[in-house]
Every structure is written in C-alpha cells, then in structure tokens.
Design a protein around this ligand. Sequence first.
Ligand code: LLP
Length: 420
Amino acid sequence: MDHFQLRDGVLHAEDVPLPLIAEQVGTPVYVYSRATLERHARVFRDALSGVENPHIAFAVKSNPNLAVLRVLANMGYGADVVSGGELTRALKAGMKPEDIVFSGVGKTHAELLQGLEEGIGQFNIESEEEGYELAAIAARHGKRAACALRVNPDVDARTHEKISTGKRENKFGVPLDRAADIYARLAQEDGLDMRGVAVHIGSQLADLEPLETAFGKVGALIAELRGQGCTVTHADLGGGLGVPYKAGEELPSPAEYGEMVARVTKGWSVQLMFEPGRVIAGNAGILLSRVIRSKRSGNGPPFVVVDAAMNDLARPAMYGAWHDFDAVVPTGDRMTAHIVGPICETGDTFAMDRECDALVAGDLAVFRTAGAYGATMASSYNSRGFVAEVLVDGDKFAVVADRIAASAIMDAERVPEWLA
Ligand code: LLP
C-alpha cells in the first residue's frame, strides 16, 4: 500500500496534490512519500518478528537520497553500502557506523580503509583476495575488521538476468564448495574477525523458493564451518524481495518472507541480517512528468512523448521493466499509446501499446514504483540535467535534491588551451 492516491479526481502524494509540486518544482521530478517509506520499513521489520534481534540494513543503492536515508535512520535502520560514496551518505544521513554493512565485489584499497576508519559494523568479503587485502590494511592500522564471507550458492533467482547474482557464473561471492576452506583460512588472519556468512541471489524476486533454497545452503555451510571449528555468529541474508509493479500483481508479502526465514533459519544461533532495498523504497516514489506532445507515425497507436526519459528512469530501457503509467487528473477516458521520452534512440521507450488514461499535450502523468533504482540510476545523456527529488510528509513537501541543469554539468568540463 502506498500514499499516492486520487482525491477529488487529482492524484496526491499523501496530502499534497501533484500539480502543486509540478508547478513549484517543475517536471520531471521524483516524488517520495515519507509515510509510505515508514510504513514499508515497519511492515518489513514486523515481518521479522519471528526472528530474534534482526539487523536491517537498507540497501542504499536503491535510493541514496539523504532525506530518504534519514527517514530510515530514524526508523532504526542501518545501511548496506557498496561504495565509499554510499558509505559517506549513510553516515551523513545519520546511520550509525556499527549498523553499516559494506558489500560489493570491487571495494578498492581506499574504500576498505575508509570502512575501517569509520568503524563500520561489517564487511561482506566477496573473495579470498579481498579478505587478504583487508586483513593487511587492518593489521597496518592496528584494527580488526568484522567480516562475513559472501557465498555464491549457485541458485537461479528466476528474475531478470541482469539483476540475478547468485548463479555460479555471476561475479558475486565465493563458490559454495570452496567457502568453508576460504573462511577457515581468512579466520587465521589477525586483521579479520570472521564472524559470519552472507548471501544475496538477486533482486525483484517474485518467488520465495530460490531464496529458501539459498538459505538452506547457507544453513548447511554454517553447520560445516562450526564442525571444522570456525566461529559463526552472523548470517546476512541480503535483499531481493520483489514488489508489485502492476496494479493487482501478487507477490510474496514481507510476512510470507519473514515466516519462511524464521522457519529455515531455526536453530542457526546467529544474528540474522537483511539488506532490503526495493521492498522499502520502490512503491514509496513516483516519477512525475508532463506530456510534451502526442504524435503519430505509421498506422499504430500515437506516441505520447513525455518530458521524462531513459536518462531519468532507466529501468524500462535497461530491463524492459514495466512501470504503471497514470494521469494525474484522469478524465475517465482511456487510450492505447506508446509512451516515450525525448531522447534520440528507440530504446527511450517506457511502454509500447500501453492501455492508459487518455492524455494530451500539457497533461501530467506519473510512472509508479519509481522510488527504488529510479533517480539513482539517472544519467545526463543527451545533455539533459539530473531530475529534482521531492519528499512529501503529510501536507508539506521539500525539494530534497535540486535539479542539476545541463549547464552545471558542463561547468565541470574544460576545453584545453592547446585546442584553442
Ligand atoms: N544486497 C546486495 C548485496 C545487493 O546487491 C542488492 C541489490 C541488495 C541488497 C538490494 O536488493 P533489493 O532488496 O533492492 O532487491 N537496478 C536494478 C536492481 C539492482 C539490484 C542490485 N543489487 C533494478 O532497477 O531493478
């Protein structure tokens, strides 16, 4: 459930009519709802009531806006970060260092050092090589890094191939059959406190079964590790729970996920950790845009050209993803249209042959479920700027990220004198 609903025929974000935001901030603009973020954070936490003392780290990559992170920090969430930039953001937003988990296959020397210096809670080590590098840095600085070893369980998450991470051929983690040996070797390092295992098999999972299979393998690994004398006190089960992108679509609920987790992990005697992203932020945001014009080419449906484009919301172009598209002031009339942005490539298509509210030039419309992997994946392709972001809270709203004009991006460019 989200707080983007029609009231008196006008789509609102909580108590704020979207035309007001369009008028004051311009379009395209991302709009987030604080109440929805908080609701999702609560629902996810409540779903884990069958688990003792879960640690929940919001996947910052899904929505790194500082205000969004602050909302979640206030809810007691930690952060799952994958870069020095995300770590800096999480800290700036008020997340406690000890509640931060650092994931990612390519942490640089500087990033490992940054994590150590900030005193983060856990590094999720993705290779033996990374483990030794971190151990050396830690030892040199007289520190000990708390670590989990990320394993690749070779499970097909049955999601889009580009966001599937737990198959043998994917770059993530260490192969399950080598994990126990690698863990034991890394546990010998003075600079490392090997305390757990981590797994994350993919994103937008529409089915709990692959997760259950992966968690089962992690449970067996924990038993094996303990059997060989290793200490395991933590298990990080990653993120991945999918969200409905189409009205009426049914996906496993957080409650069902929580029940499965409680059942599968019973008797593990570890602190469980979670890294949800999309399930918290996805339906807490929309991308508000304005129709530039409608045009026809060929005999098919009209092309509705909106002022948002693939650079603002990359998911449809990148994954063929579906985002519901609704008028802000629906007339009740419907149409079939191709929904496209202004960018000069055919890939800049949000939807083909979409049945949607009838729209004409100047109308406002929203792409729903854009709160996760939306603004954060933006680029400035076609010398378009970066979209503004707004956070709504009841009847008030604030710009939480300024629109960055193409000219501001150009300000960072230079023509060298020798080209004069
Ligand atoms: N933990 C790790 C280690 C991850 O790699 C990810 C997402 C998450 C947690 C959060 O997963 P979530 O709960 O959000 O599914 N850009 C793509 C999604 C990429 C996800 C990458 N990893 C999209 O727009 O669908």
